[in-house]
Design a protein around this ligand. Structure first.
Ligand code: PEP
Ligand code: MN
Length: 322
């Protein structure tokens, strides 16, 4: 950390700051410049709150040199092994994770699993526990849905990803799925992040609708600090003043993330736009700006879908997109 002292601070004042830091057990050194006196703290202060420094006498401001999300800013590409090896990130061919918003029944998920595989997807998605805005909407089939997902997984050889919202759901889902999804609504649920962090399954972490890139990286840091380094970041649109799409797809954040971390970054054009007709162009745009893959909602009878039917593409359309 660099502590900038107020303009025209004297060497005696700098010495007082050094003394206060010494009482906190920290070593530091004064760096006089033509404008301000700077104090460089030499120890790792990531665990210490900023006010310990900013409220010392003579201090104008503090600058943290070390980023707070050090694990997430390093990151690593991911290899998933089920029947085939799937590599995500690091310039590999983009992965497509596809399937319905919700698992609605045994026949539906099995049919779509075969269809998305045939279309070229390499992972199956399907929600068993659904975070719905209205408590009156379909809430998912729960454990029964997980069972159907795992049958579809066995039948097609596609690894599966499904959302969990509580510690109890993590425990229930773990034997049935290959990757946990943490949805946008739970990106800030730090206890849940720590809980998936204690698992060995990779985690698909979606950006919350109002999260900054730094907050998304901090959420990844929670998972990684708990021991699970296998995280995929997912941009799924943020909430803005625009109403013609469900959310606003922030591809600038995707390009920025790709320049900051080696963690795989994928894009969900389905939730980002909420419109079937916009999924294909936004999928192309996502890959063009460097995304490592796509998460796409698919349904073959979208009018009958129990959730997110307006944004579901058919398996034929998925094939064209891929
Ligand atoms: C979903 O993937 O179906 C979902 C609910 O996504 P999000 O958390 O991005 O809204
Ligand atoms: Mn959905």
């Amino acid at each position: 950390m660099i502590i900038v002292l107020k303009q025209d601070s004297s060497e005696e004042q700098a010495a007082q700051v050094l003394e206060s830091l010494g009482r906190l057990g920290l070593s530091a050194t004064a760096l006089p410049t033509s404008q301000n006196m700077l104090i460089a703290v030499l120890d790792d202060v990531r665990q210490l709150p900023s006010h310990l420094f900013s409220q010392l006498p003579f201090v104008e401001r503090t600058i943290r040199v070390q980023p707070q999300s050090t694990l997430a800013l390093k990151g690593a590409p991911l290899t998933l092994s089920f029947k085939n090896k799937i590599q995500i990130g690091n310039g590999q061919r983009p992965v497509v994770i596809a399937g319905p918003c919700s698992v609605e029944g045994q026949a539906q998920i099995l049919h779509l699993a075969y269809k998305v595989k045939e279309s070229g997807a390499s992972m199956l998605r399907g929600g068993a526990y659904k975070p719905r805005t209205s408590p009156y909407d379909f809430q998912g089939l729960g454990k029964e849905g997980l069972k159907y997902l795992s049958e579809a997984r066995q039948a097609t050889g596609l690894p599966v990803v499904s959302e969990v919202m509580s510690a109890e759901q993590i425990e229930q889902a773990e034997p049935f799925i290959d990757m946990f999804q943490i949805g946008a609504r739970n990106m800030y649920n730090y206890e849940l992040l720590k809980e998936v962090g204690r698992s060995s399954r990779p985690v698909l972490l979606k950006r919350a609708m109002s999260a900054t890139v730094a907050e998304l990286l901090n959420a990844a840091e929670y998972i990684m600090l708990a021991g699970n380094l296998h995280v995929i970041l997912c941009e799924r649109g943020i909430r803005t003043f625009e109403t013609c799409t469900r959310n606003t797809l922030d591809l600038g954040a995707v390009a920025a993330l790709k320049s900051m971390t080696e963690l795989p970054v994928i894009v969900d054009p389905s939730h980002a736009t909420g419109r079937r007709d916009l999924v294909a162009p936004m999928a192309r745009a996502a890959i063009a700006c460097g995304a490592d893959g796509l998460l796409i909602e698919v349904h073959d009878q979208p009018l009958q879908a129990l959730s997110d039917g307006e944004q579901a593409v058919t398996s034929c359309q998925l094939k064209d997109i891929i």
